[in-house]
Design a protein around this ligand. Structure first.
Ligand SMILES: O=C(O)CCC(=O)C(=O)O
Length: 257
C-alpha cells in the first residue's frame, strides 16, 4: 500500500472521510468473507441481534419478527486470526497513522471491532449519529476503517455521510436522548440535505472520523451485506478510566512508519 498523498490527507481533514478503493486483495476478501459466512452459519458467539440494537423500528425482542437476525459478529479481532491480521496489517494502519498524525497507533477493542451485517429478510435503519457521542476518549479524534466484504449500494443500505460534519460544532440540544441527530429541527435538516451515499465495491475501505455524522438504511436486496469494521486511536488519546471505552485494553500496533 502506498502512503496517502497530501491531497488525500487534506480531503480527509476537510471532509471527515476518505474512500480507498480496492485496498483488500481478492484473496484476502475471499478468506475474510468465508470466515464471516461460516461463523454466521454457526451463529458463533458473541453476537448482537437486531433485537439488541434498540434502533427505531428494530424488533423489541428476539422472539419478534426479525428479532433473532444477527446484526453484528462482535469481537472480530479476538474471534479469528484472519480478522486480526487484517486489522493490524501495515497496508491499513499506515494511512490511518498518517490521518491521526502518529507513529504510535492503537486498535480499539471496545467499539466497532465487529463484522456488521445487514440481512435481506430483515434489517433496521441506523439513524444519523456521531460515534464519539457513544465513546469516552480524551479527544474526539479516532478513525474507523470500514472494509466492504460485499457490495454496498443504496438499495443494500450503504452508509450515508455528511461531509465536513466532523468539524461543525453541534450543541447537545441538536441530538435526542439516545444521541441520534434530531430530524425535526430545520437547522439539522439543512445539514442532512448535504448527505451523500458511500457506495462501495468489495475490497474498498471507507475511512471516517469519529465526529462524522453518518446513517445507514435497510437492506432491500436479496444479498447479505457484510463489512469488517475497526476503529483506531493514537496512543496519546486515551480512553477515560472506568468507562465503556476502557473495559478491554486496546492493541498496541508496532511503530508505524
Ligand atoms: O447500519 C449500519 O450499517 C451503520 C452502523 C453504524 O453506523 C455504527 O455502528 O456506528
Amino acid at each position: 500500500m502506498r502512503s496517502l498523498a497530501a491531497a488525500e490527507q487534506q480531503f480527509f481533514a476537510a471532509q471527515g472521510y476518505l474512500i480507498v478503493r480496492q485496498m483488500a486483495t481478492s484473496m484476502q476478501l475471499q478468506k475474510l468473507r468465508d470466515v464471516a459466512e461460516r461463523q454466521l452459519c454457526e451463529a458463533r458467539q458473541p453476537l448482537e441481534y437486531e433485537a439488541d440494537v434498540a434502533y427505531p423500528g428494530a424488533p423489541a425482542g428476539r422472539d419478534e419478527d426479525g428479532g433473532a437476525t444477527i446484526r453484528r459478529l462482535l469481537h472480530a479481532y479476538q474471534r479469528h486470526a484472519d480478522f486480526a491480521d487484517w486489522g493490524r496489517q501495515s497496508a491499513l494502519i499506515r494511512p490511518i497513522a498518517q490521518l491521526l498524525d502518529t507513529h504510535d497507533l492503537r486498535l480499539v477493542l471496545n467499539h466497532h471491532n465487529c463484522v456488521m451485517t445487514k440481512h435481506p429478510r430483515f434489517s433496521s435503519t441506523t439513524m444519523w449519529h456521531q460515534d464519539f457521542r457513544y465513546w469516552r476518549f480524551e479527544q474526539n479524534a479516532l478513525v474507523t476503517a470500514w472494509l466492504a466484504l460485499t457490495r454496498e449500494t443504496a438499495r443494500k443500505g450503504c452508509m450515508r455521510l455528511i461531509p465536513g460534519s466532523h468539524a461543525v460544532s453541534l450543541d447537545q440540544s441538536r441530538f435526542d436522548e439516545a444521541s441520534f441527530f434530531r430530524t425535526d429541527l430545520p437547522e439539522n435538516r439543512a445539514l442532512m440535505h448535504q448527505a451523500l451515499r458511500a457506495e462501495l465495491e468489495p475490497g474498498d475501505v471507507l475511512l471516517f472520523h469519529s465526529g462524522l455524522l453518518h446513517a445507514a438504511g435497510r437492506n432491500q436486496t436479496e444479498e447479505r451485506k457484510l463489512a469488517l469494521v475497526y476503529t483506531y486511536r493514537s496512543a496519546s488519546n486515551s480512553p477515560l478510566p472506568g468507562t465503556r471505552s476502557s473495559v478491554i485494553s486496546d492493541i498496541a500496533l508496532s511503530a508505524v512508519q
